[in-house]
Ligand binder design. Structure first.
Ligand code: SF4
Length: 652
């Protein structure tokens, strides 16, 4: 048995895996228990494909280099783009950023984490001076009297996390749906989609008016409070109720419960995947600061990372605007430091590139990249306004995809390279708590597959790239540690059970990571969703995950029991809406937005609001409808709310 970690979410549950792929562990969810089936997926890729036909590794890599060169000769370095993933190990994420900027010399690199944590990352950076999802160990949640979860459904997305919340006297959940997590809650605030920021402002208004704030903490540990309060003045409780649909009584109860410390406020994608995601998270940070929560034992503010290595993925340099260590790519000192580690001149490093969705929608367009290399991501399913993104992928001169199975994106590629996956490789992942854990090779990969690190190494070698490239994960880790700064010294220092923290265990106890050690209140104003409901599109659509599936479903749809439990997309709608449309359980329903239309079976449930429908996004479908409007700071698309029309799809 080899001790390693689950391939899926940011909880990174530990497990023992035998050389035959048998899993044993104490506490996993269904996805974790069945993860070994993905190792043996019947359609596992084991040979490179060129134009859909088997090819040798040499032929496929040589062709990739030829096509990259052709594109860059005609369109310059930025003619080639790179798209990474939040499930890649720290080593892969780091080497991908270096490969793009040193070997390809392109500025055009971003990753699917832009669709995941970017709003939270920008908001916590602005308030606390550091980007860390959970700035304290999850075990500390047991000390909290009250936990407020905003747009988070861990009972389905990361079930073992729920036991961390069991110690809380009060669990309050903000969600437009009665999710599995909301069913466990003492209070469920069933909010109108896209109005979480108005709720945060209403709660701050109540906290101030009812004298629930911690004046001593505000004076000693923060700045900007008067401006943030002034911004909340227009959100008196009755007005906040009108916008959010949350009764004043429940808002008051929530504010009072949080003021009786210890208490924790946690946000997740439901609050963050909006064109005002950064300001929404900021609204809840302002509330937490006013109540004196961050940096106090058993209290605090945090955000729940979704993808397995969402935290490390952005820390080590896959983002369009950041070098390793969250360094701003425009900062001369940061460029000099990283250039030194990479063995190149700072002036040879490209500047910031396009954010994920801006990159995807510029592909093959005038001035946009003509070639794309994809590692560990499936944007043909997961990107908003998918039909348009798929058209852009088809418009490319060259598309190369590294994957373990023929994902929807791989099926559009000119070259597909079969790569190793979790139990077949060594590396590290960073959990939602900032804990670096080891991924260990437990099984022998099928003949014919190679690591993504090998692919980057081979491409860089063939392109005579400057600097040192290696496919050895331990050597890559040693280098990324110098480039990023901080973290465990080497693999031997990473304990199996406790891992090793990157940048401290409990942050903010003695001060925040800002120049003066004070947290920043930032005044924010509510604005409606980029696309509100109207006569033509009178219903809100919100999207999310189900217990059995993960992200674009490329892995979990290939697991027999998970597929059998939830074999395809569907739409949840309220019984009143179903009655108005004369739709019965299981009937085909057409859901249309300004971007497209999909037909899926109906699931009728009183757990969703009258004015809202819900679709899981693990299949091609939901994202044909979603809105690519972007947050002005994080460039996060508005994946969590758009306006749709719902109709019975009758046979004609
Ligand atoms: Fe894997 Fe997350 Fe489930 Fe744990 S909770 S077994 S890490 S998917």
């Amino acid at each position: 048995m080899t001790r390693t970690h689950c391939p899926y979410c940011a909880l990174q549950c530990g497990m023992d895996v035998s050389s035959g792929g048998l899993i044993s562990a104490e506490n996993l969810c269904q996805k974790g228990w069945t993860a070994a089936e993905v190792l043996r997926a019947p359609d596992r890729l084991t040979t490179p494909l060129v134009d859909g036909q088997p090819a040798t590794w040499d032929d496929a890599l040589d062709l990739a280099v030829t096509r990259i060169r052709l594109v860059q000769e005609s369109y310059g370095p930025d003619g080639v783009a790179v798209f990474g993933g939040g499930g890649l190990t720290n080593e892969k994420a780091y080497l991908l950023g270096k490969f793009a900027r040193v070997a390809l010399r392109t500025s055009q690199i971003d990753y699917n984490g832009r669709f995941c944590m970017s709003s939270a990352a920008a908001a916590v950076q602005r308030a606390f001076g550091v980007d860390r999802g959970l700035p304290f160990p999850a075990a500390d949640l047991a000390e909290a009297e009250t936990v407020l979860l905003v747009g988070a459904n861990p009972a389905e997305t990361m079930p073992p996390f729920i036991r961390r919340l069991r110690g809380a006297k009060r669990l309050i959940v903000v969600d437009p749906r009665l999710t599995a997590t909301a069913r466990l809650a003492d209070l469920h605030l069933q909010i109108t989609p896209g109005t979480d920021l108005a709720l945060a402002l209403g709660l701050l208004h109540i906290a101030v008016a009812d004298d629930l704030i911690d004046a001593g903490y505000i004076a000693e540990r923060t700045c900007g409070f008067p401006e943030a309060v002034a911004a909340s003045n227009a959100y008196w409780p009755e007005r906040a109720e009108r916008i959010t649909g949350v009764p004043v009584r429940l808002m008051r109860e929530t504010a009072r419960a949080l003021a009786r410390r210890p208490a924790v406020v946690l946000t997740a994608r439901g609050a963050e995947q909006h064109a005002k995601g950064v300001d929404t998270v900021t609204g809840f940070i302002n509330l937490a600061l006013a109540l004196g929560l961050p940096g106090r034992p058993g209290s605090g503010f945090g955000t729940l990372t979704g993808q397995g290595n969402g935290q490390g993925g952005r820390e080590h340099g896959q983002k369009a605007d950041q070098l390793p260590g969250y360094r701003d790519i425009r900062d001369p000192a940061a460029r000099a430091h990283v250039a030194r580690v990479w063995g190149v001149r700072p002036q040879d490093l490209p500047g910031p590139g396009r954010s994920a969705h801006e990159l995807l929608r510029s592909l093959g367009a005038p001035g946009g990249p003509r070639a794309l290399l994809v590692f560990g991501s499936n944007p043909a399913v997961s990107a908003p306004d998918t039909a348009r993104v798929r058209r852009r992928l088809r418009a490319l001169d060259f598309l190369m995809v590294c994957d373990v199975v023929p994902s929807e994106t791989a099926r559009l590629a000119d070259v597909v390279l079969p790569v190793t996956q979790w139990a077949e490789e060594n590396g590290t992942m960073t959990t939602l708590e900032g804990r670096v854990v080891r991924r260990r090779r437990a099984t022998v990969p099928p003949p014919g597959v190679r690591s993504d690190l090998d692919v980057m190494y081979e491409l860089a070698r063939r392109m005579n790239a400057p600097g040192d490239f290696t496919p050895d994960p331990e050597r890559v880790f040693a280098e990324l540690r110098r480039a990023s700064a901080g973290g465990p010294a080497d693999y031997s220092r990473i304990d199996y059970d406790t891992g090793g923290f990157w940048g401290g265990t409990r942050l903010f106890q003695d001060g925040f990571a800002t120049p003066d050690g004070r947290a920043r209140f930032v005044p924010v104003q509510f604005r409606p969703a980029a696309e509100d409901i109207c006569a033509d599109y009178p219903v809100y659509l919100t999207t999310g995950r189900v217990l059995q599936h993960y992200q674009s479903g490329a892995q979990t749809r290939r697991v027999r029991d998970l597929d059998r439990a939830v074999p395809g997309p569907y739409v949840e709608l309220h019984p009143d809406l179903a009655a108005r449309l004369s739709v019965a359980q299981g009937d085909a329903v057409r859901v249309s937005s300004r971007r497209g239309s999909v037909t899926v079976p109906a699931r009728i449930t009183a757990g969703v609001r009258h004015d809202t429908v819900f679709m899981p996004f693990h299949w091609l479908g939901a994202n044909f409808l979603t809105n690519p409007a972007l947050d002005p700071i994080s460039r996060m698309p508005e994946l969590k709310v758009c306006a749709v029309r719902v109709e019975a799809a009758r046979e004609s």
